[in-house]
Ligand binder design. Structure first.
Ligand code: GDG
Length: 466
C-alpha cells in the first residue's frame, strides 16, 4: 500500500487528546497510522528569516514534519491572502475582501517553501493529500521541482459562483494552480458545478463526463466528497456525557425551559448576528415563549488577528446585551453567550439536551455541527435541526427545518415552529437526517478520497476525444 502524506496548515500533534482535536484531525490521524504516513504542516511558530528545514519527529506509524515560517511570510499567507482574501471570497463576502499583491506574493512564497521542504521527504509512489485554501499552489510548486506523483486537494469551504470568483484579481493563476492536482475534491455538487462552469467559460478548459477536465495540457478530475462525522463515536459521547455532573448542572439551570443551541467558531460566515436577531424576533412576536426558552450560543474566538473578527465580536456583545436587556426576567436570561471552547463530549451532551440545533451560516462549505447535532439526539425524543439553505449540509440533512438566514423574521418563525413541533414529526425528520449522518461518515469520506486519488493517474479519458 502506498504511503499517505497529508499536508494541512494545522497539524494535530500526537499529544493533542482526541477530546480536543476535531473529528477531521482524528480521522486523518487514523488514516495515516493505518497506512503509515507523513503529516506535514506549519509548526505554529515564526522566526525571522526562518530556515527552510522542517522539524521532523515520529510517533507510532506517523512521521510529523513541521515547518517554521518567517513572521512576515506567515502573516501574508495566513491572515493576509488565505483569511483576508480567499475566505471572504469563497463565502461570498466581497465587501470584506482585501487583496494586496504583497499578500498574494507571500502566499505563493510560503507554498514554495512548503514544496521545497516537503520534496526531500517524498517517495515517487506516495499519495499526497493537501487540505484547504492555504495550499492551493502547492501541487504546482511540487511539479516545478519535478515531482510527478499523485497529489490531491480538498477544499473545505464553498467554491464561489463564477461572477463572485472573478472579483479575485488572481483568479486565473489560482485555477491554473489547481490543474496541477490529479484530483480536486469539493464539498457539494453545487461547488463542483461552480468550478467547472468557471473552467469552461473563463479559462477555456475542456470538460468530459465525470468531472474530468483538461486545462493547459493537464488532465485532472473535480468531484464532490461531502465530509461527514464519526457518527458512532458522537452517539456514544452524547449518551455517556448526558448523565455527567456538568449536564445535571445545565439541566438544573434550565429548570424545565427548552434549550436552543448554537455552536460556531466566532466567524462572520456563520451568521451569528442574524441568529441572535432571529431569537429576538421569536421573543417579540411569540411572547408565549418568553421565560420558556433559552438560547445558548457557544462561539469560541477565532482569527483574532484579522480585524473583521474583532469587529464581529463587538457587534455580538452589543446584540446579546440588548436582547438580554430587553427580555430578561430576574430568574431568566434569554441568551447565554459563551466565547470559550468546550470538550467534545460536553458539546455532544449539550446537543442532546437541546430541543433545537440552530445552524444558520450565511455560507458554509459543509457545517459539521449540523451533523453532530443530529447524531447526538435521543431517538425517542429528538430535537429539531434548523439549518441554513446556504450550508453544504443541506443536501443531506433534508429532514431539517430549512431557513434563509437573511430572512430574520422567517428564522424567528422557524424557531417557533420547532418549539411547537409534534413528537412524531420530530422523529420522522430526525430519522431522515440520521440515516445520512450514519451512511456518510468521516471514515467513508477519507477512504473514498484516498481510493480515488490512488487510482487517479490510471488513464483518465482525454476530454478532447471523449
Ligand atoms: C470548515 C468549513 C466544513 C466548535 N466549537 C467547539 C468545537 N467545535 C467543533 C465543532 C465542529 C468543528 O469544530 C467546526 O466545524 P464546522 O464544519 O462547523 O465549521 P468550520 O470550523 O468553519 O470548518 C466547514 C469543515 O471545515 C470540515 O470540512 O464543514 O464548512 O468552514 O466539529 O464541533 N469543538 C470543541 N469545543 C468547542 O468549543 N471540542
Amino acid at each position: 500500500m502506498a504511503r499517505l502524506v497529508v499536508v494541512s496548515n494545522r497539524v494535530a500533534s500526537p499529544k493533542e487528546r482526541a477530546a480536543k482535536a476535531g473529528g477531521l484531525a482524528v480521522a486523518l490521524r487514523e488514516a495515516l497510522s493505518k497506512r503509515g504516513g507523513l503529516w506535514f504542516g506549519w509548526s505554529g511558530e515564526t522566526e525571522v528569516g526562518a530556515p527552510p528545514e522542517p522539524k521532523i519527529f515520529r510517533s507510532g506509524r506517523i512521521t510529523y514534519g513541521l515547518l517554521t515560517l518567517d513572521p512576515e511570510d506567515q502573516r501574508a499567507h495566513y491572515a493576509g491572502y488565505a483569511n483576508g482574501t480567499l475566505w471572504p471570497l469563497c463565502h461570498y463576502r466581497l465587501g470584506l475582501l482585501a487583496f494586496r499583491r504583497a499578500d498574494w506574493e507571500g502566499y505563493r512564497r510560503v507554498n514554495e517553501h512548503f514544496a521545497r521542504a516537503l520534496l526531500p521527504l517524498l517517495k515517487p509512489d506516495d499519495i499526497i493529500w493537501v487540505h484547504d485554501y492555504h495550499f492551493i499552489p502547492l501541487a504546482a510548486e511540487l511539479r516545478k521541482l519535478g515531482f510527478e506523483g499523485r497529489v490531491g486537494y480538498f477544499h473545505h469551504i464553498p467554491w464561489p459562483a463564477t461572477a463572485v470568483f472573478l472579483s479575485l484579481p488572481s483568479h486565473a493563476a489560482l485555477v491554473r494552480d489547481l490543474s496541477h492536482y490529479d484530483l480536486v475534491g469539493l464539498q457539494t455538487e453545487n461547488d463542483v458545478r461552480a468550478l467547472l462552469t468557471y473552467i469552461s467559460s473563463e479559462s477555456r478548459g475542456w470538460l468530459a463526463p465525470g468531472g474530468v477536465v483538461n486545462l493547459r495540457e493537464r488532465t485532472f478530475r473535480v468531484a464532490a466528497y461531502p465530509i461527514g462525522i464519526d457518527a458512532e463515536a458522537f452517539v456514544q459521547d452524547a449518551k455517556d456525557a448526558v448523565g455527567s455532573d456538568e449536564m445535571k448542572r445545565l439541566r438544573a439551570s434550565l429548570a424545565g425551559k427548552a434549550l436552543a443551541v448554537g455552536v460556531d467558531r466566532l466567524d462572520y460566515s456563520k451568521g451569528l448576528p442574524n441568529k441572535f436577531a432571529a431569537f429576538g424576533e421569536l421573543l417579540k412576536n411569540w411572547p408565549e415563549h418568553r421565560s420558556k426558552v433559552t438560547m445558548m450560543q457557544i462561539a469560541p474566538l477565532s482569527r483574532g488577528e484579522v480585524a473583521e473578527y474583532r469587529a464581529l465580536r463587538r457587534e455580538l456583545e452589543e446584540l446579546a446585551g440588548s436582547i438580554n436587556g430587553e427580555y430578561a426576567e430576574f430568574d431568566w436570561v434569554p441568551l447565554r453567550y459563551l466565547n470559550r471552547p468546550f470538550q467534545r463530549a460536553t458539546l455532544a451532551a449539550i446537543y442532546r439536551t437541546a430541543r433545537i440545533g440552530v445552524v444558520t451560516p450565511l455560507r458554509d462549505g459543509m457545517n459539521l455541527v449540523a451533523k453532530e447535532y443530529v447524531a447526538a439526539q435521543n431517538p425517542r425524543d429528538p430535537g429539531v435541526l434548523m439549518l441554513s439553505r446556504f450550508a453544504g449540509a443541506v443536501d443531506e440533512m433534508t429532514g431539517a427545518l430549512i431557513v434563509n438566514p437573511y430572512d430574520v423574521e422567517g428564522m424567528g418563525e422557524a424557531l417557533h415552529t420547532a418549539l411547537v413541533m409534534p413528537l412524531e414529526e420530530r422523529r420522522e425528520r430526525w430519522r431522515t437526517n440520521m440515516k445520512n449522518v450514519e451512511t456518510n461518515t468521516i471514515h467513508h469520506w477519507c477512504e473514498r478520497f484516498i481510493a480515488e486519488l490512488s487510482s487517479s493517474q490510471e488513464a483518465l479519458p482525454d476530454p478532447l476525444t471523449a
